[in-house]
Design a protein. Structure first.
Length: 159
């Protein structure tokens, strides 16, 4: 594929989240580079299929997706969503920044689903239900996720 075509495809994928980059610059020093890298890498995986227990390019579940994005950056990050929910620091609702982890109660028990906040009330995650499966972007304002939202956590920068 020619370089121009690859850039065009990348910009088409990135365009919906460009306004969220202004929030990246509101992060603490050292966090903005981590946030930007996380957002760019996570969006590049959009369309990877859902696979329960997966954490690679063949398929991944929600916590495997987060783990794959963050494991090199935050080596102590746990693999399971319920354990990821206990990691990092709590973020006040409405103060989420790109790169924060967002958690949901989708199974009737705490923190059964996790995604990565992109900004503008959108997040990217590995969805497993209905006709929208795999790595997708969703809105925190959709009734399904709004009603199940538990909150966000900010992960510490590596080092």
């Amino acid at each position: 594929m020619r370089a121009a075509a690859r850039i065009s495809i990348f910009l088409v994928l990135l365009f919906p989240i460009i306004p969220s980059f202004q929030a990246v610059w509101a992060a603490e020093p050292g966090e903005e580079e981590l946030s930007l890298a996380v957002v760019l890498e996570s969006v590049s995986l959009k369309g990877i299929p859902y696979l329960w227990g997966g954490a690679n390019l063949k398929g991944m579940d929600c916590s495997g997706f987060v783990y794959m994005i963050y494991s090199d950056r935050v080596p102590d990050l746990p693999r399971r969503s319920i354990d990821q929910y206990r990691f990092g620091s709590a973020v006040t609702t409405g103060e989420e920044l790109p790169g924060d982890l967002v958690f949901f109660n989708t199974e009737g028990w705490t923190a059964s689903h996790v995604g990565i906040y992109l900004g503008d009330r959108r997040f990217i995650h590995a969805a497993s239900g209905g006709n929208r499966q795999g790595i997708i972007i969703s809105s925190l304002d959709s009734p399904y996720y709004r009603d199940r939202y538990l909150g966000a956590r900010r992960l510490p920068p590596a080092g």
